[in-house]
Design a binder for this molecule. Structure first.
Ligand SMILES: [Zn+2]
Length: 165
């Protein structure tokens, strides 16, 4: 379960990352606020900062994992864009602007990789077709292996978008 926003972090609770939940452990003597190794190790000194420490960690991972994936899938599809940004929105997983800039929500890094790929492919397909026409969906489907599964996941977990954490 995602951690309720604003609540104090407690050992034994868990946080999602790439579609799986990982346990939180509070540790002493750790330089980074959050250190991940199949467990979220949270420094005791950082607990007071609450959710912000996880937001920073998620945003860093989103940069690290999503941006190279966008570059790769854009090459596969043969499309060009201007800029990729990791964004913060409560309403969208991703967007493609009229100027061919791509934005991806940092919260996407909580989703499984097949969902990340779907959202990326969706926004990249908008570079070829701005509207959700059948041509658009055909382009997306050729790029994504788990199309229905990804759409289902997003529908079921849409509330993640509204969480601060
Ligand atoms: Zn769209």
């Amino acid at each position: 379960m995602p951690h309720p926003p604003g609540k104090e972090l407690v050992a034994g609770e868990s946080m999602p990352y790439l579609g799986r939940n990982y346990r939180i452990e509070i540790v002493d003597d750790q330089r980074e606020p959050v250190y991940f190794r199949n467990i979220f190790f949270v420094s005791r000194q950082a607990i007071g900062q609450g959710k912000h420490i996880f937001q920073g960690w998620y945003k860093g991972k989103a940069q690290e994992k999503i941006i190279p994936r966008v570059r790769q899938l854009a090459r596969d599809l043969g499309v060009e864009y201007r800029q990729i940004k990791i964004s913060d929105s409560k309403y969208r997983w991703g967007s493609c602007t009229i100027n061919d800039n791509l934005n991806f929500n940092w919260r996407l890094i909580k989703a499984p990789m097949f969902v990340v790929d779907y959202v990326i492919a969706h926004e990249l397909a908008h570079l070829l077709e701005p509207n959700h026409t059948s041509r658009f969906w055909n382009i997306v489907k050729t790029q994504v292996t788990h199309f229905d599964k990804a759409k289902g996941w997003l529908k079921e977990h849409g509330e993640i978008l509204e969480l601060d954490l």
